[in-house]
Ligand binder design. Structure first.
Ligand code: ADP
Length: 623
């Protein structure tokens, strides 16, 4: 007889998730065993951690372990652990709501994944609720380590659950699953054993299946590198990352000084953030002497390395350190620095060892490296050699490193140049690369919105300044040894006509431009926009404007400088037109300005531009 039975509704989000989990014909539903073992393991880790600092623990003598029992007649599977257990209130809260961080989108993302490809559900770690993939009825008996009376939670996954008192329990949690009719295979020992071996062999507590231990408990990172096989590493990765494929990179390192560290870090093959899964949680766990101190630690690595999976174990950390104090613990900060530098050094070595394999990593995770450059000054020196960009010399589509660019620089070139554009073809058709091509100077193409910020933050590489080609004061003459011939000089407007035209353009475009200058670097294009302050590039300005607009603010556009090409036939004819038909010349000037703005990727008023353009076309056809 149940004492004090109460009935509770599942939180709406939880019920939605349950419906997805129960109704999807999820082929890998055996993962429910992994999810439950993982919960038990977490509860045992917490118990081990508590017992370091607490004296008064109920059932202190029971060994920390997981027991799995099967009943082929009643068709049940029971998982029992001796972890911290749950009080009545904890049962109600933990098994009725979704504790997931960012749970706002969690269910929507889960639903989307289930619609696209059910096997993606596994990525979500639906946790305890996975029990309903195989179970028609789930009973949870639990007693907290605080010794308060135990309770029993029961549900069939539809709408509600009940909780009632259950006297006489041991400390910990027992999950009893009454299997669905089509899930009876999970009461067979051979089946369950193979599932445990596949998913849970690295659980750091004994897992006993009908009394027999089926896993090896030793922590892999404490063993010597020489004795661990690739397969063991890969299995360990799959276990901690909850994935089914192998990692892209693996780094296992152990040092004794200045700190004792044992770490195994993995870079995955896929970037889940780019697959529409939202922001990923940090994936590295912090241990001290094999005791889990901080799961999915936010402190042990910088945020931009959140895609890494693995473990860090340091004997130097105080065992009784609380999770809250990790954040500003000097030792943790030191660990963070050492491990981050070591990992970045590893990446640099890998890039040298096999550059194509590194490029695969770069294509997937380069965005995080860029995030590191723009957000974390501390590691810039280590990050700079890792970035890759397309350039005018990378026609085979392989991005180049800054070091390779520097190696190719001709004598006399002192700066590294870059220009932003939406793609290679657009950049190469634009005005900014003309003089670079003519003088055979390599120029980096930055094609992602964040790229100009990255190069701007780096500022220089190997003592060479990083300079955007849309800078007003760019001077390529230093790297030029063939001086312009007289013939080319003769093609230009003479100097009186030039200064008249420049003065007239300044006056005519006064409300739009900061200045009009004679260009020393345009070859064919009549004009281009350059940035006077040399800090903000057009690409950066575009992004700032977009983010202001998102916030409902008017975009702040600074006035630009217009460079004109005095050897261009259009500009030369314009000088004459000013004298014969000034009003038409004003339209042409405004159109040249708009065209240059568009080539710089900046915004013009399309309505005004189209109207003016028709006016000019009418003139051209004589209408
Ligand atoms: P998650 O494990 O991702 O937090 P779950 O839905 O699996 O989500 O579990 C929710 C919560 O229920 C856990 O965070 C934990 O507090 C509690 N819980 C689940 N299983 C156990 C267990 N075996 N022992 C103690 N607490 C548990």
């Amino acid at each position: 007889m149940s004492v004090q039975e109460t009935t509770h509704e599942f939180q709406a989000e939880t019920q939605k998730m349950l419906d997805i989990v129960i109704n999807s014909l999820y082929t890998d539903r055996e993962i429910f065993i992994r999810e439950l073992i993982s919960n038990s393991s977490d509860a045992l880790e917490k118990m081990r951690h508590e017992s370091l600092t607490q004296d008064d623990i109920f059932d202190d003598h029971v060994p920390l372990e997981i027991n799995i029992d099967l009943d082929e007649e009643k068709h049940t599977l029971t998982i029992t652990d001796t972890g911290i257990g749950m009080t009545r209130a904890e049962l109600e809260r933990n098994l009725g709501t979704i504790a997931h961080s960012g749970s706002g989108n969690f269910v929507a993302e889960l639903a989307e994944a289930a619609r696209k490809d059910v096997s993606l559900i596994g990525q979500f770690g639906v946790g305890f609720y996975a029990a309903f993939m195989a179970g028609k009825k789930v009973t949870v008996q639990s007693r907290s380590w605080d010794g308060s009376e135990g309770n029993e939670w029961v549900s069939e996954g539809a709408g509600s659950f009940t909780i009632s008192e259950a006297p006489g329990l041991h400390r910990g949690t027992k999950v009893i699953i009454e299997l669905k009719d089509d899930a009876h295979e999970y009461d067979k020992k051979w089946k369950v054993e193979s599932i445990i071996k596949q998913y849970s062999s690295f659980v750091p507590f004994p897992i006993k299946l009908e009394g027999e231990t089926v896993n090896t408990v030793q922590a892999i990172w404490t063993r010597s590198k020489q004795e661990i096989t690739d397969e063991e590493y890969n299995d360990f990765y799959k276990f901690i990352a909850n994935v089914s494929d192998d990692p892209h990179y693996r780094l296992h390192f152990s040092v004794d000084a200045p700190l004792a560290i044992n770490a195994v870090l993995f870079a995955p093959k896929e970037n889940f953030e780019s697959m529409g899964f939202g922001r990923v949680e940090p994936g590295v766990n912090l241990y001290c002497q094999r005791i889990l101190i901080d799961q999915h630690s936010k402190n042990i690595l910088p945020e931009w390395l959140r895609f890494l999976k693995g473990v860090v174990d340091s004997e130097d950390l105080p065992l009784n350190i609380s999770r809250q104090s990790l954040q500003d613990n000097a030792l943790v900060m030191k660990l963070r620095k050492v491990i981050t530098k070591r990992f970045l050094k590893f990446l640099a070595e890998e890039a040298k060892r096999d550059s194509d394999y590194y490029l695969e990593f770069w294509n997937t995770f380069g965005i995080y490296i860029k995030e590191g450059v723009t957000s974390d000054y501390e590691f810039q020196k280590e990050l700079a050699p890792l970035v890759r960009f397309q350039s005018s010399r990378s026609d085979d589509g392989k991005p180049t490193s800054l070091a390779a660019y520097v190696e190719r620089m001709a004598e006399g070139q002192e700066e590294i140049y870059y220009i932003n554009g939406p793609n290679r073809a657009a950049i190469e058709a634009g005005p900014y690369v003309e003089m670079f091509n003519k003088k055979n100077i390599e120029i980096i193409y930055t094609m992602e919105p964040i790229d100009d910020f990255v190069l701007n933050h780096l500022g220089e590489f190997d003592g060479k300044k990083l300079v955007s080609a849309d800078r007003a004061d760019l001077d390529l003459s230093k790297s030029d040894d063939d001086k312009e011939s007289d013939e080319e000089q003769a093609e230009k407007l003479d100097s009186d006509a030039s200064s008249d035209l420049v003065a007239w353009l300044k006056k005519t475009l006064d409300d739009k431009v900061a200045d009009v200058l004679e260009s020393k670097r345009l070859v064919d294009s009549p004009a281009m926009i350059v940035n006077p302050d040399g800090y903000m590039t057009s690409s950066m300005e575009r992004i700032m404007a977009a983010s202001r607009m998102e916030k409902g603010l008017a975009p702040e556009a600074s006035k630009k400088t217009l460079e004109i090409n005095l050897a261009s036939p259009l500009i030369k004819q314009l000088a004459d037109l000013v004298k014969s038909d000034e009003s038409f010349a004003s339209d042409v000037a405004a159109q040249i300005y708009d065209n240059a703005m568009i080539q710089a990727g900046l915004v013009v008023d399309p309505m005004v531009m189209v109207e003016r353009n028709y006016k000019i076309l009418n003139k051209a056809v004589g209408a």
